[in-house]
Each structure stands twice: as structure tokens, then as C-alpha cells.
Design a protein around this ligand. Structure first.
Ligand SMILES: [Fe+2]
Ligand SMILES: [Fe+2]
Length: 280
């Protein structure tokens, strides 16, 4: 039953081609990855897409983003928030419509995956602040994108889901491990594949690919653990996570690596479930 990832993508292309990113977003990714880029260059590219510019400003001023001061202009957003944050807000604007679709395989309602992803992003950013980790903005973007692979994997879960659930309940394995056993890949790996095809930076690709496999040795283990834990926290809220949420528990590896206590998790969850503002 195992399917090679390359074959999978050939099949999926026929079934449901994944939309390409808008040109303006592709340019924003390239510019924000390049340390030579000036704030002015980045502003010019964003300004050419008024919908993107408005979305970045709206998000920068939304309650979930947690920036205390009002940001009035795009220039101010770029200078005050920085390139990493702008990359994340641009990605969020691009993927929100994708994440708002209903995913039958995972039993995720319309908008469910978007809410779960945004909660994961906020929890990841909060976790970095709490543990004084320097990559809060990257963690926010990785949190938003972590389950992007579900868009494709859902088609297969729809086919093999019953078999998979049986394996989960009969074994001591997580849902993600059972995805790998039954279908040949887990949604995290598919997500990493998509992220790479979008030319996203290596840290994002790794965090998405390994958010359920913390034992795999790789360069960005700390960031992957942050996303794993943030996903676990968002899943505990029971908002939009899908059928797999209950079967992908928080792994001890992440708790140990980040030196997290139960009281930290409670602290990070405070107020998260009451979030009403899901603007993008
Ligand atoms: Fe996941
Ligand atoms: Fe998730």
C-alpha cells in the first residue's frame, strides 16, 4: 500500500493540483531570504499588490499578532516588525484561503485548519518568547504552515482512514506514524515537500517536515520541537485540529529539549482558546 512520494505527487497533480503561490508572495519570499535586500525594495514589491499590502497591515494590527503599538504604514511594518515577520504575514495571506477549505479525510470543517494553524502559530511565538528563543517570527510562520501537507494527505486519508484508525487503536503508535505505515508518508513530510517546492527557507521546510518526528536527526531540532509543542497545545484546545489531534500526543523529547514544565503549558494556553479574531 506504500506509495512513493514522487508517484504521489504525479497522482495528486491530476486529482487536485496545489495552487501555486501568487507572484508577489514568491518575490517577497526571495527578497526576505536575501540579506542584501533593502526595506525600500521590499516595500515596492508589496505595494504592487494592494491586497497583500492591506492584508499585512491588517494582520500586524490584529489582536492575535500581539504587537502593542498601532502600525499605520507598510514602511513602518517593515521597519518595526522586520523581514522575518513580513515573510510570515505574507505567507499567511497566501495560505489562508487554502487552509480554510474543508478536509473530509481528517474530518476538518471549513475554516478549521486555518484556526488550528493560527493557534499553533501564536502558541509557537509565545513559546519562543517564554523560553527566550531568538526565532519567534520563523516559529510563527512554521506554525501557520505546519499542517499544509494535510491538503494533499487528506485525499489518501479519505481512502485508507478506516484502516488507519484501526491501526492507531490497536497499536501504541501515533497517528502520524500510522500514516507512514499505511499510506507510506505522513502529512508532515508532504508539507515539507510543498514548502520546498515553494522555495521556502530550510528552517521552515525542516520544521514542517519533522513536526511529528522529533527523533529524526536534523539541524533545526529546536524549532521543530517548538512547532510540535505548539501543535500539541493548539490541539488541546480542540479547535479545528482534525481526527488525528487526539492521537498525536506531545512527545517527551520536545518537553526535554525545551525544558518545559506543565505550568509552562498552562501559562501558554491562557487566553488562547478565547481568540475571536481570525483575520488575515
Ligand atoms: Fe501535524
Ligand atoms: Fe497540527
Amino acid at each position: 500500500m506504500s506509495i512513493a512520494l514522487e508517484d504521489l505527487f504525479k497522482q495528486v497533480e491530476n486529482l487536485s493540483p496545489l495552487p501555486a503561490l501568487p507572484t508577489s508572495i514568491v518575490e517577497v519570499i526571495a527578497l526576505t531570504k536575501d540579506s542584501e535586500t533593502s526595506a525600500k525594495e521590499l516595500r515596492r514589491v508589496i505595494e504592487q499588490d494592494p491586497v497583500l499590502a492591506a492584508s499585512i497591515l491588517r494582520q500586524a494590527n490584529s489582536s492575535y499578532y500581539g504587537y502593542a503599538r498601532r502600525i499605520a504604514t507598510l514602511q513602518e511594518a517593515i521597519v518595526v516588525l522586520g523581514f522575518q515577520a513580513i515573510q510570515g504575514l505574507a505567507m499567511s495571506s497566501a495560505v489562508a484561503p487554502l487552509l480554510k477549505t474543508k478536509l473530509l479525510g481528517y474530518e476538518i470543517e471549513q475554516e478549521g485548519l486555518w484556526k488550528h494553524s493560527l493557534l499553533t502559530a501564536i502558541a509557537a511565538k509565545r513559546l519562543c518568547k517564554h523560553r527566550k528563543l531568538p526565532f519567534g517570527d520563523v516559529a510563527f510562520t512554521a506554525g501557520l504552515l505546519h499542517d499544509i501537507g494535510k491538503l494533499i494527505a487528506s485525499i489518501y486519508i479519505q481512502k485508507f482512514g478506516r484502516h488507519l484508525l484501526k491501526e492507531v487503536t490497536e497499536s501504541k503508535l501515533s497517528y502520524a506514524e500510522c500514516e507512514e505505515n499505511v499510506i507510506g508518508f505522513d502529512h508532515a513530510r508532504v508539507g515539507g515537500f510543498i514548502a520546498r517546492s515553494w522555495n521556502l527557507p530550510d528552517d521552515l521546510v525542516a520544521a514542517i517536515s519533522f513536526h511529528h518526528s522529533l527523533r529524526s536527526p536534523q539541524e533545526y531540532a529546536e524549532l521543530s520541537s517548538v512547532i510540535h509543542l505548539a501543535n500539541g497545545i493548539a490541539s488541546l484546545l480542540g479547535i479545528g485540529g482534525g481526527v488525528d489531534s487526539a492521537f498525536n500526543p506531545i512527545q517527551q523529547e520536545a518537553i526535554d529539549l525545551l525544558n518545559i514544565k506543565e505550568s509552562d503549558i498552562e501559562h501558554l494556553m491562557t487566553g488562547l482558546g478565547e481568540l475571536q479574531d481570525y483575520t488575515h
